[in-house]
Design a protein around this ligand. Structure first.
Ligand code: ADP
Ligand code: ZN
Length: 434
């Protein structure tokens, strides 16, 4: 069995890929211009017509689309196919505001599932695997996407959905699951629960995990790999571009290959909209060149990352994106300093804490406050109060070194911070509530 799902595409020469992307882009722009009045208006306002787009070198001429556009055009305003050709909707998790809906033709679903199949095969999946999918099913894209990909590969698929961790573990053990698909925070929770139930990492048959839908650090990856005894692969996507499988990690684990035959990626300066050269950090923008029902052009994801075309040892030539370490709107400005939750997570795990924490930001007497509650494990919890205070001071110092501002750190008892079965909520910014 090949180590690729679609070798021809995944290992295509740069030149051939550019040609394929150009052809598809030209067709797609026409399709959108003729069928989506909302986007036609944006193009008209910018003075661009489909005749101006002859290949990917012209991509920068097209207007951007933002989440605000999706909300304004909700629900049918960006639909490019008659409803009678659509077979499914999915919806965002609504992490950052009002949900948006996306539409799929049967062909869109097939393409999406094939993208997920590429991710499963890159993680070592074959038809002999037992693939336990505990992303949420329903409107959320995680469950349906990986479920479809797993079917395509021919794995025995366990459509568990999220939650009911004891039952997850029972099925995992009884049916000898070999691949686990869920959010990284839920994977960490399953690892923790297995340990509590007296299992050792080698007691399960898992070999790989495909974890995504939320930011997670390299430190968290190592924790999960250790607790489950697996290799953990990242997967990325968003509802607006179909769902998970826009990009996926290979065995090198140094970023995610973007399925460039379906999505053209650009990195822009989030402030000016200017396209940045390869290797620059900025906002990721996607143009879907094969989607029929909901084909977003130059969609601003608000995810911040870096693209690289360095040769990958896996043989794939698809461009790689770094882990998005948070969205531009996840970034908090605390006392004038830019803070991403992932920076705090890195420090906590480096210092030997579990990834169970809660960040609370507020404003008291016109000054921003940063309070971080961090869970101790049973062993840390058995320390004397004096020792715990010392540990809190050490954490404060380490976080100050990372961020340049002084937080308050509260070490709290084991299991006192709510676990997540889907996307974890790690930040409460009370300033937004005032
Ligand atoms: P919502 O925007 O409401 O959360 P989605 O469920 O469509 O809706 O989530 C897509 C977003 O999830 C992405 O834009 C990105 O911010 C985040 N995301 C998805 N996969 C990953 C990943 N592997 N690493 C980091 N963030 C991710
Ligand atoms: Zn690779």
């Amino acid at each position: 069995m090949s180590k690729y799902w679609n070798e021809e595409i995944e290992c295509m020469s740069r030149e051939d890929m550019k040609k394929l992307q150009s052809e598809r882009l030209v067709t797609q722009v026409k399709h959108v211009y003729e069928n989506v009045p909302y986007y036609k208006k944006l193009m008209d306002e910018k003075g661009v017509t489909p005749d101006d787009i002859n290949g990917i070198e012209d991509l920068h001429k097209l207007p951007f689309l933002t989440k605000a556009d999706l909300r304004e055009a909700y629900p049918y305003g960006l639909l490019a196919k008659p409803l009678s050709d659509c077979v499914r909707i999915q919806s965002t998790s609504g992490t950052t505001g009002k949900r948006v809906v996306a539409f799929y033709t049967q062909n869109d679903i097939d393409i999406w599932e094939n993208c997920c199949a590429r991710a499963i095969v890159a993680a070592g999946g074959t038809k002999d695997d037992v693939c336990q999918v505990c992303y949420g099913y329903g409107l959320f894209t995680g469950g349906p996407g990986l479920n479809g990909g797993s079917h395509k590969v021919g794995c025995l698929t366990l459509p568990m959905s999220s939650g009911n961790t004891e039952r997850q573990i029972q099925f995992m053990m009884d049916l000898k699951s070999t691949i686990l698909c869920c959010t990284p925070s839920y994977a960490a929770y399953i690892g923790e629960s297995l340990k509590e139930m007296g299992y050792k990492p080698e007691d399960n048959k898992l070999k790989a995990g495909i974890f995504g839908a939320e930011p997670w650090t390299e430190e968290m990856r190592r924790e999960i790999e250790k607790s489950l005894g697996i290799k953990a692969y990242d997967i990325y996507g968003l509802t607006e571009t179909s769902g998970p499988g826009v990009s996926f990690e290979c065995e090198e684990q140094t970023g995610m290959h973007i399925n460039e035959d379906h999505f053209i990626a650009e990195i822009i300066d989030p402030k000016t909209g200017e396209v940045l050269p390869e290797g620059s950090k900025g906002e990721l923008v996607f143009t879907s060149i094969t989607k029929e029902a909901f084909p977003l052009l130059r969609y601003r994801t608000r995810d911040i990352c870096v693209l690289t075309r360095e040769k990958c040892s896996c043989g794939r030539t698809l461009v790689k994106m770094s882990k998005p370490m948070g969205r531009s709107d996840d970034m908090m400005i605390i006392r004038g300093v830019n803070v991403f939750p992932s920076q705090i997570e890195t420090v906590l795990i480096e210092q030997g804490y579990s990834p169970n924490y809660l960040i609370e930001v507020d404003r008291v007497n016109n000054t921003d406050t940063l309070d971080i509650s961090v869970e101790m494990n049973a062993e840390q919890f058995s320390d004397t109060i004096k020792d715990i205070q010392k540990k809190e001071a050490e954490l404060v110092a380490a976080i100050k070194t990372m961020l340049g501002i002084n937080p308050k750190v509260h070490l709290v008892s084991p299991k006192s911070i709510a676990r997540s079965e889907g996307k974890a909520v790690r930040v409460i910014d009370k300033r937004k509530l005032h």
